[in-house]
Design a binder for this molecule. Structure first.
Ligand code: SF4
Length: 292
């Protein structure tokens, strides 16, 4: 997150990145890892340099070449709620408590499918309990299984950069998976595992009530949309997600499928397509778009 008073992005040409902006290993939030922050100077100059370097790095990774001087932080999502209206503090606290109870009373102790036998711990997901935007992946990987936090491995670090390229932080959104326990060897979760675990995700989405869902990758997209269409055809288009599973019951939530960050690490040539999908999400949420 940018320090107070520091604009998130300045007009610049990414081609003149200073050497300090070269990709480096980052922490959970894409900013210096929380554990390392205390070792850094807290001076305004240092924070400004770090914020600008991080922002330049994100742009370079996503292929953005220039952004307007006036591009502000994504104030819409930083004030969660429908059409950007702030959610009252009491309601945020209620949702946070509901998520906590779901995690501690049901998910953490769940043994409903075979994945509980091989997990180190469950990975519930984390973020803003009243987020306007929720990212849903397929399941925890080895790093997530070890630490109990969603999307913190290499793919998670790229997701962090994608979120920051939207002008947001991980604390602005909510990040979770379809299954809460790691499938052994990072295989795709089996249909029976998905159908068993899905009610937890449904409850999360009912509590958070996001305005937009981004499904990351084929398993998450096909599961949420109850579709067998390839991700390459699903992505880039808006779909409706119904908690009920039926288009005749309940209100739909707009859902944008896009590529999973792990796939983008293997296929960087498709990063532009993912960025195009995220720009559609930004437009839908009324967030300022970067100029190309
Ligand atoms: S994956 Fe979901 S349903 Fe299966 S044991 Fe874990 S929490 Fe329970």
């Amino acid at each position: 997150m940018c320090p107070p008073g520091v604009p998130a992005k300045q007009s610049r040409i990414v081609a003149v990145l200073p050497s300090r902006c070269e990709p480096r290993r980052q922490g959970l939030t894409g900013s210096p890892a929380r554990g390392t922050q205390s070792r850094m100077s807290n001076s305004p100059d240092h924070n400004l340099s770090a914020a600008l370097a991080r922002s330049l790095e994100i742009d370079l990774l996503l292929g953005v070449r220039a952004v307007p001087l006036s591009l502000a932080r994504a104030s819409g999502v930083r004030k969660p709620g429908k059409q950007g209206k702030p959610v009252p503090a009491a309601e945020i606290a209620r949702r946070a408590q509901a998520l906590k109870e779901l995690d501690e009373q049901q998910v953490k102790t769940c043994t409903l499918c075979p994945l509980h036998k091989t997990r180190t711990q469950t990975v519930f997901g984390q973020g803003n309990p009243a987020a306007r935007l929720v990212f849903v992946g397929e399941g925890p990987g080895a790093d997530e299984d070890a630490q109990g936090i969603a999307f913190i491995g290499r793919a998670g670090q790229l997701l962090t950069r994608m979120i920051e390229a939207m002008g947001l932080t991980r604390d602005d959104v909510f990040i979770c998976n379809i299954v809460k326990c790691r499938p052994p060897g990072n295989r795709d979760p089996h249909p029976q595992e998905v159908s068993t675990c899905w009610p937890y995700l449904d409850q999360q989405l009912q509590i958070i009530r996001p305005e937009v869902i981004v499904a990351l990758g084929k398993p998450a997209s096909q599961t949420l949309l109850r579709s067998t269409t390839p991700i390459g055809q699903l992505r880039g288009h808006w779909h409706d997600y119904y908690v009920s599973g039926s288009p005749t019951v309940g209100e739909p939530t707009p859902l944008m499928p896009t590529y999973h960050p792990a796939y983008l690490l293997r296929t960087p040539s498709d990063k532009n397509k993912a960025w195009s999908d995220l720009k559609q999400v930004m437009q839908r949420l009324g967030l300022p778009l970067p100029a190309r």
